[in-house]
Ligand binder design. Structure first.
Ligand code: 3BY
Ligand code: FES
Ligand code: FE
Length: 410
C-alpha cells in the first residue's frame, strides 16, 4: 500500500497543465492505489450487450485482482459475478467468452445456474447448504448497449449517465446490433497513457494516416471544448439536432463521462479508407452523414456511434506498464457479412489506428521510464482533453487520500 504522506507530496508537487511525474506511470504502489481508489469503485465497461445475444452467453474480464464473469441468464437479464468458484476458489470460466447452459467449475464440477445459484455439488454431505454458496454478485447496469460492472459495496449513481447515453444513442438501435468483429491487444504502457493518448488528436496527423482520411483532427472537436467553437462542429450539431439526433456536447458534473456528436472530414460517412459507408445504414438513423457520436466514461471506455456501425473500446489495466484494449465492431443484426459488409473494409482503419496508438503508448512508456524524464507541458490548444482527464485523475486521487472504498466481496 502506498504511504499516504508520500502520495500527498507527489500530488502537491504536480503542476496543472503538465504531464504526471514518473511514479504515476511506473510505481506498483500507485498502480495498486489506482485500482483501489478508481477501478474498484467506479462503473467499468465490461462488454457490449450484443456480445451476450442469448441466455447462457457470457464474457469474462480481469478487473485488477478480480476475475469477473458477465452472463445473460435464462430470464434474459444480464448479471455479473466474481468468476471464482465457491468451493475452493477455482476461476470458474477460464475463456474470454462463450455460451453455456450452466456454469460448471472445471475443478470439481460444482455447477451454477446462470443467475449465480449453486445447483449441484457432489458428496458435500447432508449439512451442506447450497443456498449459502451461490456466486458472489457484483453491480451490473446497462446503457447505450453497453454493460457496466462495479465492484464497490455501494455503486455510484448510474442513472444520470444512463439517461443521457440512452437518449443520445437511441437512434443507433443498440438492442438490434450484433458483433461483427472484436480485437484484443496488450499495450506495454500504463493505463493512463492509453487514456491520455485517446484524449487528444495532436498526434493524429503524424501517427494515423488511415484514420485521418475521415477523422477530423480539429482540437475543438475532441478536446475539453464543447465542439461549437469549431464552425464544422457547430454546423454538424445543429443539423443533427434538427433531425432529432441528440448531439450537443454534454459532460457530467464530475467530468467522468461526455457525449458529443462530431462531423467527419468532408463528405466521409464512416471510418473507411474511402470514407464511404462500411455497412448498411442503421435503421433509425435519419441520414448517413451523422458523423460520430463520441462517448467516453473514465476510467475505461471511449466509443464511436456512427450511422452504419458502432465501435466500443474497453481498457483494462494489467500491470503498472501493461494495458489491455478490446475493440468491438457492431453492425445491425440484419446485415450479412460478405453480402452487406466486408470485414476488412469495416475494420482496417481502426485495426491500424489501434496498432499505431499501441506503438505510441509503448514508446511513451519507454521514455518515461528514463531518469531523464520530467513532466512536460501539454498544449492547451491541442491537448485540453488530456488536461481534463489528468485533472479528473488527480481530483480522484486527492479525494481518495481521505479513504478509498472497499470491494463488495471483502
Ligand atoms: O478515439 C478517439 O475518440 C480519439 C480522438 C482523438 C484521437 N482518437 C481518434
Ligand atoms: Fe470449483 Fe472445486 S474449486 S468445484
Ligand atoms: Fe491515436
Amino acid at each position: 500500500m502506498i504511504d499516504q504522506g508520500h502520495l500527498l507530496s507527489l500530488l502537491r508537487a504536480q503542476k496543472s497543465g503538465m504531464s504526471l511525474a514518473r511514479p504515476f506511470y511506473t510505481s506498483p504502489d500507485i498502480y495498486q492505489h489506482d485500482l483501489d481508489s478508481i477501478w474498484y469503485r467506479d462503473w467499468i465497461f465490461a462488454a457490449a450487450a450484443a456480445e451476450l445475444p442469448k441466455p447462457g452467453a457470457y464474457v469474462t474480464l480481469q478487473l485488477g485482482a478480480c476475475p469477473l464473469v458477465v452472463v445473460r441468464g435464462a430470464d434474459g437479464a444480464i448479471r455479473a459475478f466474481h468468476n471464482v468458484c465457491r468451493h475452493r476458489g477455482q476461476r470458474l470460466c477460464p475463456k474470454p467468452s462463450g455460451t453455456t447452459t450452466k456454469l460448471v467449475c472445471p475443478y470439481h464440477q460444482w455447477t451454477y445456474d446462470t443467475d449465480g445459484k449453486l445447483l449441484w455439488a457432489r458428496d458435500m454431505g447432508a449439512d451442506f447448504d447450497a443456498a449459502k454458496h451461490g456466486l458472489k454478485q457484483v453491480h451490473c447496469a446497462q446503457t447505450a448497449g453497453m454493460v457496466f460492472v462495479c465492484l464497490a459495496a455501494e455503486a455510484p449513481d448510474f442513472a444520470p449517465m444512463q439517461a443521457a447515453a440512452d437518449r443520445y444513442t437511441a437512434r443507433h438501435r443498440l438492442d438490434e446490433m450484433k458483433v461483427a468483429h472484436q480485437s484484443r491487444i496488450i499495450e506495454n504502457g500504463n493505463w493512463k497513457l492509453v487514456l491520455e493518448n485517446n484524449r487528444e488528436c495532436y498526434h493524429c496527423a503524424g501517427a494515423h494516416p488511415a484514420l485521418c482520411r475521415t477523422f477530423n483532427d480539429d482540437p475543438n472537436l475532441v478536446g475539453s471544448d464543447d465542439s461549437l467553437s469549431s464552425p464544422a462542429g457547430a454546423e454538424h450539431v445543429n443539423r443533427c439536432e434538427a433531425a432529432g439526433l441528440p448531439s450537443r456536447f454534454l459532460i457530467s458534473d464530475d467530468q467522468d463521462w461526455r457525449l458529443v456528436r462530431i462531423p467527419f472530414v468532408g463528405a466521409a460517412v464512416s471510418y473507411t479508407m474511402d470514407g464511404k459507408a462500411a455497412a448498411p445504414m442503421i435503421p433509425g438513423m435519419p441520414f448517413a452523414n451523422a458523423g460520430s457520436l463520441l462517448f467516453f466514461h473514465y476510467p475505461n471506455t471511449w466509443n464511436h456511434f456512427l450511422s452504419d456501425h458502432v465501435l466500443t473500446f474497453r481498457v483494462l489495466p494489467v500491470s503498472p506498464t501493461e494495458t489491455e484494449v478490446t475493440t468491438t465492431w457492431l453492425v445491425h443484426k440484419d446485415a450479412a457479412e460478405g453480402r452487406d459488409y466486408d470485414l476488412t473494409r469495416l475494420t482496417e482503419v481502426w485495426l491500424s489506428t489501434n496498432d499505431e496508438d499501441r506503438r505510441v503508448v509503448e514508446e511513451n512508456q519507454k521514455g518515461i521510464n528514463s531518469p531523464a524524464y520530467e513532466p512536460g507541458p501539454y498544449s492547451m490548444q491541442q491537448e485540453s482533453g488530456v488536461v481534463q482527464f489528468i485533472d479528473w485523475y488527480l481530483r480522484r486521487l486527492a479525494q481518495s487520500v481521505a479513504g478509498p472504498g472497499r470491494i463488495a466481496a471483502e
